[in-house]
Design a protein around this ligand. Sequence first.
Ligand code: NDP
Length: 347
Amino acid sequence: SQFRAIVVDEVSGENGEAAARRRGVLRTLDDDFFSAAGDDDRPLPSTATGVSIDVSYSSINYKDGLAVAGRPGVVRRLPLIAGIDVVGTVTASGDPRWAPGDSVVLNGAGLGESRHGGLSERTVVDGASLLRLPSAISPRRAAALGTAGFTAMLAVMALERQGIGPRSGEILVTGAAGGVGSVAVMLLSRAGYSVTAASGRAATEGDYLRALGAATVIDRAELLQPGKPLQSTRWAGAIDSLGGTSLATVLAQISYGGSVASCGLAAGAELPSTVLPFILRGVNLLGVNSVDAPIALREAAWLRLAGEAQLARLDELSTEIGLSAVPETAEAILAGTVRGRTIVNVR
Ligand code: NDP
């Protein structure tokens, strides 16, 4: 009954290092691991109370990169199975809503942060945020979407709620060659929007971004120079993974009444902006949080994704690795060299 998992813990003696350092390593565990308290006495879902899952796929998001590389701010208890995405099959359930054989998906909801996650052959989760995998989506494509795809869909839906549609004008996607960005470009272009993709890899990934549906590809350097708080308007809306100066520039370039969905902080958590875009152009800044999304929003977003899941483009934007390649891929995603989505086939 043993299984393999990427466990984040204080690890010493690797690579000649004397001092213990936090990182994710591949370990072999048994089910007792799920009932061990670790350094936090708040209870975790156990094999008796939670939903036990045979994991088929997980994925690597930026947050998984931070967790596995041992960077602060993501993992809040040790030891912890990493992985903010889970796709798999229920094997046992202490929650009456779930039964053995159910095909399920779960993104965020504390996985890989304060609860055991999906970078494992087996995991145990709380049934409250779990979703039945729509039949139109294969488990592999559900992982190709993962938190990044779920977040990109939440961002598209947030723009739509503000009345933005394909005829509103150009939509900008920043961090476009990354996970959230790639899926956002694909979803928006499929929905009929004209999309500009901003990337630090415009020269090398321009063809990739155009194949996903971008009408125009620009160098992100255009957005990274501090500028005036109001600039010539270029975009009806934007989906931003970067934050920082780049988000301030985007806000300064949004047309009257336009909206920006703020998803991430790959370039920084600060926002060196002014209120001028809001009070002089009626610009809206929309927050997107996939981790704590209520169940009704999760269901709505995954229903929309089910309509997109047959897309061959989803395969084009994803790469598959095994569990043993997770630590090196974690470093690569933090270095900004990973393109699109990385599926982890845990078997
Ligand atoms: P990825 O690493 O896959 O994509 C991020 C992209 O941002 C990179 O590919 C790169 O794109 C660009 N980038 C990276 N570093 C920098 C930098 N220093 N300056 C400018 N651009 C940079 O990550 P994800 O798509 O998984 O996540 C993107 C962001 O969104 C992260 O901050 C993540 O934490 C956040 N996030 C938030 C969620 C939420 O619920 N709000 C959910 C999921 C993610 P390019 O090479 O094209 O320029």
